[in-house]
Write a protein that binds this ligand. Structure first.
Ligand code: SF4
Length: 281
């Protein structure tokens, strides 16, 4: 059995930077805290924990040392709290998320009612909300955006990992309910390329293994894409989850990882799938 790797795989540049900055901070011997999992990937989380990095949910949990802001970013109030508590701050917010935060603030400052396409409790959206003004609204589904009231000035941004088709559909709808509309396309081009790679893979195989954290938005989107094209897609976090019955009768299967899935995990999955199919070298 052949395991076909997608054209795009491995860390995106934002995740790579966040992991490298956290690892470099851990090397200094200081107490290092990640404010939330640095990336949504259990393998990386374990690796950092072995190097002494602590994951905290609230800045108040850090008595001293360094706080690393993850790629998803944080609201300005939390950033201020880090400074007030005299903690050293390493900002690993992805440059594309910083750009989305800037645009969100600009829309709010210019008097637009900010509409964010995203999952309300996703950390990136929690960060964006902090810049979006008091009357912002978050929508994730067509049902939700079709219930939006008419408005004078609407400004639209997106969580980076939302699918481009959803962003386009939302903008088209808001154009019919707003007198004035300003749009910043903040969908991440790296995730779009990954989604294209998933679509391409779905054109070549009937079964796809999608590897990444169960709480990783961009990984879940890859699973959705494969299933929308009628493919069987299994969402796993590690090689140990691959089951032989998924591979029975297959000549070729596809393999793709989310933007926070390291290549080493993908290669482990590939090896295990090949071994289970009885074709290991
Ligand atoms: S998925 Fe895109 S926005 Fe998110 S960390 Fe990676 S490059 Fe940045």
């Amino acid at each position: 059995m052949e395991v076909l790797l997608a054209r795009e795989n491995g860390f995106c540049f934002g995740v790579k930077k966040a992991v490298e900055l956290t690892e470099a901070a851990a090397e200094t011997g200081k107490t290092v805290h990640n404010l939330g999992q640095v990336v949504h990937n259990p393998v990386i989380s374990r690796r950092l924990a072995e190097r002494g990095v602590k994951v905290i949910r609230d800045v108040a949990e850090a008595a001293e040392g360094v706080v690393v802001i993850r790629a998803h970013g944080i609201p300005p109030a939390v950033r201020a709290e880090i400074e007030e508590r005299g903690l050293e701050c390493i900002d690993a917010t992805c440059s594309l998320v910083l750009r989305a935060q800037r645009f969100t603030k600009q829309l709010a400052d210019e008097g637009y009612r900010v509409i964010i396409l995203g999952t309300p409790d996703h950390p990136e959206v929690v960060g964006l909300k902090g810049y979006a003004g008091d009357d912002h609204v978050i929508v994730e589904t067509k049902d939700e955006w079709e219930k939006l009231p008419r408005m004078k000035k609407a400004g639209v941004v997106s969580q980076s990992t939302q699918p481009p088709w959803a962003f386009t559909a939302l903008v088209a709808h808001v154009a019919t309910i707003a007198q004035e509309l300003k749009v910043f396309n903040t969908v991440c081009p790296v995730t779009v390329k990954r989604q294209h790679a998933a679509t391409e893979l779905a054109g070549q195989v009937g079964t796809i293994l999608v590897v990444g954290g169960k709480n990783s938005a961009n990984t879940r989107e890859l699973v959705n894409l494969a299933r929308m094209q009628g493919r069987t897609a299994y969402h796993i976090e590690a090689a140990s989850e691959v089951r032989s019955e998924w591979l029975a009768g297959q000549n070729v299967i596809g393999l793709i990882g989310g933007c926070s899935t390291p290549m080493e995990t993908l290669l482990e999955v590939k090896q295990r799938a090949e071994a289970l199919a009885g074709t290991a070298a």
